[in-house]
Every structure is written in structure tokens, then in C-alpha cells.
Ligand binder design. Sequence first.
Ligand code: DX5
Ligand code: ZN
Length: 216
Amino acid sequence: MRVVPSLLSADFTRLADHVGQVEAAGAEALHFDVMDGHFVENISFGVPVMEKLRPATKLFFDTHLMIADPMKYAEPFAKAGSNLLTFHIETTKQPRTIIEHIRSLGLNVGITLNPSTPVSDIVPVLDEVDQVLIMSVWPGFGGQQFIESSLDKLREVRSLLRPDQRLEVDGGVGPDTVSAVVSAGADTLVAGSAIFDQPDPGAALKELENLARRVC
Ligand code: DX5
Ligand code: ZN
């Protein structure tokens, strides 16, 4: 069970401090929400920010590419220090090509799907990824409300995964939804506003982890 802080909600004027706080509180990974203004409406941050942050922490970099051309940017994000790259199935008709490319860069591979995309769209390549990410909000912005139907998707995907594959959930995860997503099979919980919009991000992370472990 892992709670992964999403930097989208961090204070960018003191990013390293915020990272240090969650690392000291026991975080194992950081979630980077990369947005290009095409695949999603918003623009967030990219390679230069990750490059600058990489020497400041040993945490696993879990990169969520909300971008129209993941093939083009996989290598720059690998060089910038990503450990895992997740791409959206909606961006490609050839997911296997992207999976092989990310693997050839020596990184773990994740695949994700928008709330309206059926699980059947990722089934042909499920065996080939390390992690499946279920979007429980429409991608593009932090602080949105959790979409309840994501719980059915989590249960469906969990039943299809091997024990060594991770099931991540992203969007609207906080004290009110942690139990439900863990019960539905998620083992990797992304949380942005529930951690970084709180007065003490480290304490907020620990509290979410405690709530999650109560279900296990
Ligand atoms: C949404 C992003 C999420 C987001 C989560 O596009 O993929 O990672 O930052 O934020 P919260 O936890 O605030 O819903
Ligand atoms: Zn994300």
C-alpha cells in the first residue's frame, strides 16, 4: 500500500521543501502530472522542473503523461529522472509500441484511461504493464470531486491483474474516499490537495496511510 503525493497541488515557490516534508513523513514516490494543453485543457510543468528536482530527492518518480504525444516525450522524461511513465490509452492506436519504447528506456510502464473509456480498451495490453492507473476525475485539474463509478472500474481491473502489478487511483482521493478505493482493490493512491493543501503535508500523508492500512 502506497500513498503517492501529487506535486500538482504543491506550493511551487517552495517545491523542494514540500518534497522534503513528504519524504520525511515516509513517502516512497512522487506523482508528476504533466499536461500539454492539448490532451487536457491545462498546462502544468515539464522536463526542466523534473530535472531540477531530481538531485533533491531519492523518491521514485511516477510520471503521469497527460499529453497528446507520449512517444515524443518519453525519452526526455526518462533522462530527467522518471522511474515510471504512465500514458493514456486515448492517445494511441498502438499502445504496444509505446510500452516497448518506455521499457527500452529502462523504465517501468503504466497505462491509464479517462473516466469514460471502458476497461476493455486496455485489456489487450494489460499483461505488459507494471501499473494500471484508474482516473477517478477527468484529468486536467487537482481538487475535483471523486467519481463514484471509478470503484467499479477498480474492481474490474483488480480482477484482471497479476499480484505483481500495481493498481493506482488518481483524483479526489482523500480521507472520505480512501477506504472505498482500497476496498475496491487500489494499492497505490495518488493524493494532491488532500496532502499539499493541508497545513502539514507530512501529517496529512501519514493520516491517509493510516486510513488505508485500516482496510488492509
Ligand atoms: C488530475 C491529476 C491528479 C490530480 C489529483 O489531472 O492527474 O493527479 O493532481 O489531485 P487531487 O488529489 O487534488 O484530486
Ligand atoms: Zn495524475
